[in-house]
Ligand binder design. Structure first.
Ligand code: MG
Length: 372
């Protein structure tokens, strides 16, 4: 049995209020289109047909061109025409038709959909209604259907290709919002299987900012020994008997933080962006480096939600500087001070930290996706 996945992404998505197709708006590292399509990269699916409108074709090719067995198909004026175009290109015995605006479809849903088609001829992803639905006219409730008989219908929806093609050929002027209703009208009663609440549809702009949280961890160590009477931590010069040896200003706390940020975004580490072989970074301000790293993140579609920094140092005493350190980081990252946590502790005399040879800092951050 050869299986084709069809991903519908030809709509304009005007409800999201974006200037272009909502599925091509980068939220986090990937666009919803890339997420929806890559969900079907499985051994049991032999081709993926993606429907895009002509204006999105070039961008679709750029984003998806590397995917093997991908077929790009031009969308039609209506949903019906788009599905017809996709079905004409599908070579599988089974088709799974999926709405590109559901990027969180799971492996299990896809497997259940295929299994339902094999066992029952169709598989319609759905969830039992949890809200009460009513029928109304002129803002007056006219009837309240029994909730236990109500389901919300999602995608993917799976069919034998021949059957769903037959159903689509019978459409004259009727309008359908999904494939199960086309099948129900012209072929038979399709079978529901239970989906997952995470398989929600991205519709409004705010839906796009809920996805894509990322966590990151960074660590850095610098040794004492520079002829300087302060150490720089989070942009604050703290009096110290000796400075930290470094190519830059040696702000070990910000170095750990930047690595956490870059790591969360799936980027390279700070050594890659600010090589210590480059004389431009001699004595460089780590606050300026942080500003640059934050821009890199924004280009990837992320901003920091909160940051947590843990400093291990036997000396110097930092207690009186923590507030200013927090403020520096928060201001630069445009966060409230409460979103930046800084802890400083000694190592109880143990190891290189305890012997006062150096300072180690660990940092974690949470990034959230921003829509551009
Ligand atoms: Mg460093």
């Amino acid at each position: 049995m050869k299986i084709t996945a069809i991903v519908l992404a030809g709509g304009a998505g005007t409800r999201a209020g974006f200037p272009k197709n909502k599925l091509l708006i980068k939220t986090g590292a990937l666009t919803p289109l890339e997420l929806s399509v890559s969900a079907f990269l499985r051994e049991d699916i032999s081709e993926i047909v993606v429907v895009l409108s002509p204006i999105d074709k070039a961008e679709g090719e750029r984003l998806l061109g590397h995917i093997p067995n991908l077929v790009l198909v031009q969308g039609g004026e209506t949903r019906t025409q788009s599905v017809k175009n996709a079905l004409a290109a599908a070579t599988g015995d089974i088709v799974l038709i999926h709405d590109g605006a559901r990027p969180f479809v799971t492996d299990k849903i896809i497997s259940d959909c295929i299994e339902s088609v094999l066992d029952f001829g169709t598989g319609i992803c759905s969830l039992p209604a949890t809200d009460t639905f009513v029928l109304a006219e002129n803002e007056r409730i006219t009837s309240v259907p029994e909730r236990s008989a109500l389901y919300s219908v999602q995608t993917p929806q799976g069919f034998f290709t021949e059957d769903i093609k037959k159903a689509y050929d019978k459409i004259e002027n009727e309008t359908f919002t999904d494939d199960s209703s086309v099948y129900a009208q012209f072929i038979a009663k399709p079978r529901l299987f239970t989906g997952d609440i995470c398989n929600r549809k991205l519709t409004y702009a705010e839906d796009f900012t809920l996805s894509g949280d990322r966590i990151g961890f960074g660590t850095d160590t610098h040794a004492f020994g520079a002829e300087r009477f302060y150490v720089t931590l989070c942009g604050v010069e703290i009096p110290s008997a000796s400075g930290l040896i470094a190519h830059s200003d040696g702000d070990v706390a910000l170095h750990a933080l930047m690595d956490a940020m870059l790591s969360a975004a799936g980027l390279r580490d700070i050594g890659y962006y600010f090589p210590d072989t480059d004389s431009r970074y001699r004595g460089a301000s780590s606050m300026n480096m942080l500003r640059y790293v934050n821009k890199l993140l924004q280009n990837e579609g992320f901003c920091v939600k909160n940051a947590s920094i843990s400093i291990q140092a036997e000396r110097p005493k930092m207690k009186n500087y923590i507030v200013k350190m927090k403020e520096n980081v928060a201001t630069l990252l445009k966060l409230p001070p409460s979103a930046v946590g800084i802890a400083a502790g000694t190592n109880e005399g143990l190891g290189y930290v305890g012997e006062g040879k150096g300072i180690t800092v660990n940092a974690t951050v949470l990034l959230k996706a921003i829509s551009k």
